[in-house]
Design a protein. Structure first.
Length: 761
């Protein structure tokens, strides 16, 4: 295997050995984490504390000191990128490439072990690894074989159930009867068993099997387990807080040999429970590995002191954590800004204008990020950046108007507005599924080509003949009738309301509402956001033209772009300037997470907020809107509880005049009243623009409102009084409860709003 890996010269007697150069660049705790190589070690690596450097240097140190050969070290990561970076850094430290070692993702290492012992789990060594689409297709076949209705038990939903069981290390025989009965109407467990049998027959495995089969091999064949336990003298694990149960059990089994396991992670950055990650794995490390040593990396090399203190103060409200406090020697820097605006559109306008200002000052756009809690929130920022001509990219997903569900919905609108749009019609003729098979579609295309007519016209002619069987003819007749009826409503119905009717009556909204797929809720949110976007345009035609211009705006040759993404997608990234938008109750923390997981869900949402803040190197801005249109409904929103939890001494609150004023004591713990920036009424770069949009109150009304709103108090409003609200317009007070009023608005209907948001009309 080449030169020996003990590259250090023996020290001269009577002298202190020199510190290797690769250790001299580390701080004290980093060096401790690298050099503590015997026994179980948990390195709690806070954001920006040099986790990757510690991992790669530790791996190099083990090899250089001759404590193990490359093939005696197992290093596992979650991504191929992280594995490749580890390999490259170790090679650079050692001055040469290293061969024969075991460095890779959980799945890659698992596949390597399973291929070596495939016969134990009924496979051949050349088995195929199925991707997600293949898994769903196989499950679909099994459902068809048993005449199980796909609409009742969608294949993708069944696949998700099976993969969750695999993530928990459960083979079919280990799933309890009660849990099996509660999944997919009691059909999922039998389906799981048959699915596994079918995989064996076709010599295939899915990604979940790569760890699950390893567990079966280790448990059924003690000699094989002992072989790997003896081989791997040292185990290194990256992002330990993101491990699921299968990965956890796999690591525990392998570590029982030499017990030299080092796990690096951050319990405060565990944000993936929705995909099986168990934060408890890292929290119970000391119990799992007797005599374990915990080393905390707390010196941050990324962010300013104010950003770190704000983030640390926020995460300290979590009880389920091991505890650490980040600090830095980076001097100066601004406090975390908290910005309050009137609505979501104005939030996008203010942030977009600030980005444009920063760019004119020569700040690279690549160093700027807008982070949101939910994907649908990017739409307003995309619209604003397009208007400003500022290039942007959406990381972790397509741009808003490129998303599958948005393209589908727009296709419905295009066919309604332009019956001859064949491309749009082809896209949605079977979405949602209507049972139109290849033969029917072939007949339709044949007539269209033969007579030189559009597909829509061809449908109209076919349904009046006997060319098609009764069932597809009836289906096409219903489609044709629907589009004709929707078209007849142009001019009689507001286009936004008509759009909602189209997506509702076509079954498209129900398709996503009924879907059990993990991404279904997010896709439905995006469709609802699209309906909101329509309200800002005068007609379908104007909206569709706008979409075409937005889609044309993407210049892939421009490399310097603003980054838009969810906070989940930002983990592991860092930017000079970070805008954290939409920090309001009802949006962040996300209500679905609270409903599903209670306190545990709240703590994960708080960890998500912590991750968002610690992405910022120099400037972090948190924004919230007093009013936000969510799923087509205006809501008066309170600032997120996470804003209240930010330590006052590290936060600079800026809010437009009147927001949360007029006796709203306790707002941000008094920050709103004590902050100089609050007193200057948004006079900086986030000054209230006074922008209004169509069907909104004019600028003079807004100015009058701002002048009086801070003097308003709930006691001055009486039932029956006519009032004015910036977003909802005129209405009459129905009831009063503390600082909240129930108002029957003339156009918006019955709403509950804060008393400080209204004025006597």
């Amino acid at each position: 295997m080449g030169e020996p890996f003990d590259l250090t010269e023996p020290p001269v007697e009577g002298t202190e050995p020199e510190t290797p150069e690769y250790l001299s660049s580390l701080n004290d705790t980093q060096a401790e984490a690298v050099q503590t190589i015997d026994g179980p070690v948990l390195v709690l690596a806070g954001a920006g504390t040099g986790k990757t450097r510690v991992l790669t240097t530790r791996l190099s140190h083990v090899l250089i000191q001759g404590r193990a050969k490359p093939w005696e070290v197992l290093a596992v990561t979650f991504t191929n990128r992280a594995a490749n970076e580890m390999k490259n850094r170790v090679a650079a430290l050692m001055g040469r490439a290293v061969e024969g070692w075991w460095v890779g993702t959980f799945h890659a290492i698992g596949a390597r072990i399973v291929r070596a012992h495939a016969e134990v789990v009924g496979l051949k060594s050349n088995f195929t690894i199925l991707d997600t689409d293949d898994q769903v297709r196989l499950i679909k076949q099994l459902l068809e074989n048993h005449d199980i209705d796909e609409k009742q038990f969608p294949p993708r939903a069944c696949s998700s159930i099976i993969q969750r069981w695999k993530d928990r290390g459960l083979t079919p025989e280990k799933v309890s009867e009660a849990e099996g009965a509660a999944s997919a109407g009691g059909s999922a467990l039998a389906l799981y068993a048959e699915y596994q049998q079918r995989l064996s027959e076709i010599n295939a495995a899915d990604f979940g099997d790569l760890l699950l089969h390893c567990l079966t091999i280790f448990n059924d064949e003690p000699d094989i387990l002992a072989k790997y336990q003896n081989q791997f003298r040292y185990l290194l694990v990256d992002e330990y807080q993101d491990t699921n149960v299968s990965q956890y059990l796999w690591l525990r089994l392998l570590a029982q040999g030499h017990k030299n396991i080092c796990c690096v992670g951050d319990d405060d950055q565990s944000i993936y429970s929705w995909r099986g990650a168990e934060v408890e794995n890292i929290l119970r490390f000391e119990k799992d590995f007797s005599g374990a040593k915990i080393i905390r990396l707390e010196r941050n090399y990324r962010s300013t002191a104010h950003i770190l203190a704000a983030a640390s103060g926020l995460i300290a409200h979590n009880e389920g954590r091991l505890g650490k406090t980040l600090w830095t020697e980076i001097n100066g820097g601004d406090k975390v800004r908290v910005i309050g605006v009137w609505d979501g559109e104005e939030e996008a306008r203010a942030i977009g204008d600030e980005i444009e200002t920063l760019h004119t000052k020569k700040q690279p756009l690549n160093g700027i990020a807008v982070l949101v809690r939910a994907g649908f929130q990017t739409r307003e920022f995309e619209e604003r950046l397009v208007t400003l001509g500022v290039p942007y990219r959406v990381i972790g997903g397509p741009r808003f108007y490129e998303r599958q569900e948005i393209r589908d919905a727009i296709a419905y609108f295009r066919v309604t507005a332009q019956p001859d749009d064949d491309l749009a019609f082809e896209r949605i003729i079977n979405v949602p599924k209507r049972g139109l098979g290849p033969a029917t579609l072939q007949t339709l295309h044949k007539l269209s080509r033969a007579e030189g007519i559009s597909l829509t016209t061809a449908v109209g002619r076919l349904i009046e003949t006997d060319e098609l069987k009764p069932k597809p003819r009836a289906t096409l007749a219903a489609i044709h009738e629907n589009f004709s009826r929707w078209r007849s409503l142009f001019g009689d119905m507001h286009h936004a309301e008509l759009a909602e009717m189209i997506l509702d009556e076509s079954g498209y909204i129900d398709m996503w509402r009924d879907s059990k797929a993990l991404e279904a809720a997010g896709r439905l949110d995006n469709v609802k956001e699209l309906l909101v976007a329509l309200e800002d345009f005068e007609s379908f035609g104007q909206f569709l033209e706008h979409v075409s211009l937005v889609m044309e705006n993407d210049d892939s040759t421009v490399l310097d772009k603003v980054n838009l993404m969810t906070i989940h997608g930002a983990k592991g990234l860092e930017f000079d300037t970070v805008f954290l938008a939409g920090w309001e109750e009802g949006l962040f923390p996300h209500p679905r997470t609270l409903d599903d997981s209670g306190v545990a869900g709240l703590e994960e949402e708080r960890r998500l907020a912590y991750v968002g803040l610690t992405r910022a190197r120099k400037t972090a801005t948190v924004s919230f809107a007093a009013n936000r249109r969510i799923y087509g409904q205006w809501q008066s929103s309170a600032p997120s509880r996470f804003i209240e939890e930010l330590p006052a001494e590290h936060v600079d609150v800026r809010s437009q005049p009147g927001l949360y004023g007029g006796g709203q004591k306790g707002f941000l713990g008094g920050l709103g009243e004590n902050s100089p920036a609050f007193a200057e009424s948004f006079s900086g770069s986030f000054a209230g623009s006074g922008r209004t949009s169509r069907k909104r109150a004019g600028k003079s009304e807004r100015t009058r409102l701002e002048a009086k709103i801070s003097d308003s108090s709930d006691s001055s409003f009486k039932v029956g009084m006519r009032i004015f609200h910036q977003k909802f317009g005129y209405g009459k007070i129905v009831s009063s409860d503390g600082g909240k009023l129930e108002i029957d608005f003339e156009k918006a209907g019955n709403k509950k709003v804060m008393a400080s948001f209204v004025m006597a009309a």
